[in-house]
Each structure stands twice: as C-alpha cells, then as structure tokens.
Design a protein around this ligand. Structure first.
Ligand code: FES
Length: 369
C-alpha cells in the first residue's frame, strides 16, 4: 500500500545557534555552515514539498535567524503555497527583520523560552541577556500581529515554572503554548543526570496542565508532551514513522524524525541527489519502520499497535541498543523496569549536576558572520 502523503516539513536551515541548550535536539555531530543547503536549493525543495502534499513548513535550526537569507526563504516558501512557521529563540531577530519577514509572508512564530526568569533562562540557554532580548522580540511580534506560540522545554530544573509560563503566554497574547518535557536524545541524553524530572514533578505537571486546560479553554491552547520515562505507555512518536512529517537537516539529508541519525543501520537520501517525493515514498530510511513488518512479536500482537506504532524507534535504540525493540517506556518491554529504575536514579541526582552545554563546531566563525 502506498504511504500517505506528509502534512508537515521541518526544515532545519542551520545548526548554528547563539544558545547552547543542554537538551538541544540537534545531533551531537553538528553540520558546519559551509555544508548547509543554499537559498536556491531550499526554494526548490519547498516547491517539491508543496507538490508532495506538505501544507505546513516549520523553519527551524539551530537558530534559523542565523541564516542571512531567511526572508528570501520565507518568500520562496510562501510562493510555493506553504504555511510558514518560524521556530526561533528570538536571538538574531530585530524589529526591522521581523517587519521584512511579515512582508515576505511569514504566517506564524513559535518563540522558545528556556525558563520564565532571566536567571534560569539565561543559565539553561548559556546566553547572558537572552531572556531580556526574547521579551523585546516578543513585544515586536505582538506589535506586528504575528500569531504566536510559546514553546517551553521542561526538565527537572524548570518544571516548577509551568504556572508562570502560562501567565507569560497570556501576557504576550500567545494563542498557544507548547509545554514539552525534554526528550532524551542527542544532547539531552548526555545530560540525563542534570535534566531527568522526578516522578513527583512529572505527576504534578500533568495535574497543573489538566487544570489549566480547563481554566483557559477558549483563551489559550496548551499542547503538552509529558515525561514518558515514568510512564507505562509509549508515545506515538512523529504520529507514526513516515506517515505525517519529515525533517530535512541543514546539509539536505532527509530524515523521518530529528533523531533518526542515531539509528546506525539507516542511510539517508539527500535532496541534493533525489526529488523529495522519491525519498518520501521509496527511501530506505522512510520504509524501515512503516507498517508492522519490522515489529517483534510483542508489538505485532499488541492491540495498541495502530495507536502508538511500537513507540519511539530512537528511544528504543538509545535505551536498548536495538531500534526494532519495543519502546522501553512500554510496560510490555523486557527493558521497562531497568529503564524506569535508571530514570529514577538520574532524577535523584540533585540540583548541582553541571550542565553539558551543546558545543557548536566553528562557533567563533559564526560569531564573526
Ligand atoms: Fe525518532 Fe521518536 S525521535 S522515532
């Protein structure tokens, strides 16, 4: 059966970023500026994506504002008929640049918060003055009238800030807030001792969000990604592998999810060599975990297999060494208890564990740009 067409494309325009968040979803091996796709190639890819059926384009990074051609890229995406969402830390955006992006047709902005106070936000992001700058950018976004979503990645150090994050979202006039507990891939995996939430925090977060969703109904949409390590059921990662969305890395490799490069047996096609539709429908990486042909007996015989599709392949890889294994968050996984105990041990490490900040190769070169 032919796979469904994708709805969303996440374009990682660059891995360059002024922040150094220790939970960054970018791979440990970051792409250097000179390996990035150029403006014309991205424009061609946006057009191919629209032809393939993609409706929403998320312009991400790294920090997408680090691309000098961001306005041209937005215009190209708009020309292709795509709905454009800029996912940004705000650093690198000026009022003038935002006005240009508006004129180029940018539809929506998603602004990340590393914390709700300057002290914590700047510490987590590894960027002094970042929170203050972000609030200035948020005010310009409001003045121009962009629809705004706030995005807060939560972990042991800032989970207590959910109520304040909800207040800030309302003050800034955001229509939506995405409260996402950190997913342990890449840099976050290397920071489990510092970032793993406690079970009590995870449970409290669910209570707060449930109450807030009720109280703020019709005013603020709350998207919530809970801390699944303390759970019994795995998440439906990416809405199902190769079914709804795709990522393109800065160098043009096309990925079924942001962490797919951690699965060693997969090989990835690049938009430099092949059309996007061929990669989506026929690419080996996209077909590796579609359907249930790859599943072990535990997943294949499970009545939830059409709901969670066996959970997250990258999490199975990270925690069991086998990307075909049942996601160890699932209570049916043979690794479930061990992974849960490890999570509790990471969560009990206390507040003084130093953060292992994301290191960007060539950061000095970037600063000079
Ligand atoms: Fe890759 Fe979940 S992050 S499948």
């Amino acid at each position: 059966m032919r796979p469904p067409r994708p709805i969303a494309l996440l374009a990682e325009l660059t891995h360059r970023c002024p922040l150094s968040c220790p939970y960054c979803s970018n791979p440990l091996e970051l792409t250097r500026a000179e390996q990035e796709l150029d403006t014309d190639t991205w424009a061609r890819v946006f057009s191919e994506a629209a032809d393939l059926g993609v409706l929403q384009l998320h312009l991400s990074g790294g920090e997408p504002a680090a691309r000098r051609d961001l306005t041209e890229l937005v215009a190209a995406a708009r020309n292709a008929g795509l709905y454009t969402n800029l996912i940004t830390s705000g650093i690198g955006l000026t009022q003038k640049r935002l006005i240009e992006l508006d004129a180029a047709g940018l539809d929506h902005i998603q602004l990340s918060l590393q914390g709700t106070t300057p002290e914590l936000a700047d510490d987590i992001g590894g960027y002094a003055g970042g929170f203050k700058r972000k609030m200035e950018v948020a005010a310009w976004i409001g003045e121009i009238g962009f629809p705004l979503t706030l995005n807060v990645v939560l972990h042991r150090r800032n989970l207590h800030q959910i109520p304040h994050a909800l207040e800030i979202a309302q003050e800034l006039g955001a229509r939506r807030i995405e409260i996402a507990t950190v997913q342990f891939h890449g840099w976050a995996l290397a920071n489990r001792d510092a970032l793993m939430p406690t079970k009590a925090q995870a449970q409290e977060a669910i209570k707060i969000v449930t109450k807030a969703r009720h109280a703020l109904k019709g005013k603020l949409v709350i998207d919530f990604v809970p801390a699944d390590y303390h759970d019994q059921l795995p998440k439906r990662c990416m809405g199902g592998w190769g079914t709804t969305g795709l990522n393109i890395a800065p160098d043009g490799q096309v990925l079924p999810c942001h962490a797919a490069q951690t699965i060693p047996h997969l090989t990835f096609d690049t938009v430099r060599d092949k059309p996007l539709s061929e990669i989506w429908f026929e690419g080996a990486a996209f077909n590796a975990y579609r359907g249930d042909h790859w599943m072990n007996d535990t997943c294949k015989s499970c009545d939830r297999k059409e709901i969670d599709f066996g959970g997250c392949r990258c999490q199975a890889m990270a925690r069991t060494g086998d990307p075909n294994a049942t996601d160890p968050v699932c209570a049916k996984s043979a690794h479930h208890n061990a992974v849960k105990e490890q999570a509790q041990a990471h969560a009990a490490m206390g507040e003084d564990v130093p953060l292992n900040y994301r290191q960007a190769p060539g950061k000095a070169d970037q600063a000079a740009e």
